[in-house]
Design a binder for this molecule. Structure first.
Ligand SMILES: [Zn+2]
Length: 365
């Protein structure tokens, strides 16, 4: 079944990188685009699911005043207010998905929050800047050095490392201030979280939505399934036109690609004609074909890395990454994009059994 959009408005907006309209996507389900500032993804889809007299949200989006207003006005259009939110389910802990949760809870402390235990742990590691005893990961590990990044570029990579409080240079100032705000917000997440595992049902008043654990993009990434009308809320696990970054979750970098490929196999259990409701891009059908494309993409990447290993004696992550094909060229990658490219390369190298220089990271594969 070929990959086909389910919304010409959403695919047109994605193509032009503008905000799509609020859309009803199924009975009692709406897609509400929430903007991401200065980001080529432009928006995250927050999904609102009718739940008796109120709604439940999946991924409210990036934190910020504009984002809050956008979500609030979208809810108003549907006849709801923030006070009608019964609960919030999170696919994974990245800022463009979870960021707004504390602001929403401040206005509505009764709402429940549900996420996978592994991503909850990642969030805690992030804001406490502590060694995670479960994984043995030291957030102060100099990943830049471990990856063989030239010293002049260390600041670009270090300031973005989860758990880092560095990056206070003039250039990185506003970026790290913004990260501090986010870290502060995350420290206000409630103690009482509804911890999800594979198959856990969301505590809805009406209807049945279950979590599917899909580790890879983050270790605790969860997708959600509504069986009755074949809806698959895929988060960032499967997106229609881009490949989710694998390896950014520094807490799980040494097993992320293996996890991801297994999580792709897992979605093969779903019916071929499910409606895929992703966090970015547009909704579509053709899940199985998309799965095959994603698997092929990673196998091609692995092939490229093997070839690069043959071609050079410098087997550091940085050196291998520099020899791979990047859509706008390796030279164009800076700061976050450089960090993401190195993480992706490291995850693929580790998958091939190549030492990536981070001995203190404990992997499961
Ligand atoms: Zn995302």
């Amino acid at each position: 079944m070929a990959i086909e959009t389910l919304s010409s408005q959403q695919s047109a907006a994605w193509k032009d990188r503008v905000l799509p309209p609020v859309e009803k996507v199924a009975e009692g389900v709406w897609a509400l685009p929430v903007p991401i500032p200065n980001n080529p993804l432009v928006y995250t889809y927050c999904y609102a699911i009718a739940d008796g007299t109120g709604v439940v949200l999946i991924d409210p989006g990036w934190d910020g005043k504009d984002q809050y207003l956008a979500l609030n006005s979208a809810l108003n259009d549907l006849g709801f207010t923030v006070a009608d939110i019964h609960g919030i389910a999170i696919t994974h802990y990245h800022r463009d998905h979870i960021g707004l949760v504390p602001a929403l809870l401040a206005k509505n402390p009764e709402a429940w929050v549900a996420m996978h235990g592994e991503d909850l742990r990642a969030i805690k590691r992030f804001y406490t800047n502590a060694v995670d005893l479960g994984t043995g990961i030291d957030p102060n590990l100099n990943i830049a050095r471990a990856y063989g990044v030239p010293e002049g570029r260390w600041a670009e990579v270090e300031s973005l490392q989860a758990g880092s409080s560095k990056g206070g240079s003039k250039k990185g100032g506003s970026q790290s201030d913004s990260m501090d705000l986010y870290r502060q917000a995350m420290s206000q997440l409630p103690e009482n979280i509804h911890v999800l595992d594979d198959g856990t049902e969301l505590p809805l008043d009406e209807g049945r939505v279950t979590a599917m654990w899909t580790p890879g993009h983050t270790y605790g990434h969860s997708a959600f399934v509504r069986d009755e009308d074949k809806l698959f809320f895929s988060g960032d696990h499967v997106l229609p036109t881009i490949t989710p970054n694998i390896g950014l979750d520094s807490g799980a970098i040494t097993h992320s690609l293996g996890d991801y490929l297994r999580s792709l196999e897992k979605i093969g259990q779903l019916d071929e004609d499910v409606a895929v409701l992703p966090a970015h891009g547009f909704r579509f059908t053709g899940l199985h074909d998309r799965k095959v494309e994603l698997v092929e993409h990673h196998h091609e990447r692995l092939g490229e890395i093997r070839a690069r290993m043959e071609a050079t004696d410098d087997h550091s992550v940085y050196s291998i990454a520099a020899g791979l094909h990047w859509s706008r060229g390796f030279e164009s990658l800076h700061n976050f994009n450089l960090f993401a490219a190195l993480a992706e390369t490291a995850a693929h190298m580790h998958y091939l059994g190549i030492d990536i220089g981070v001995g203190s990271l404990v992997g499961k594969d």
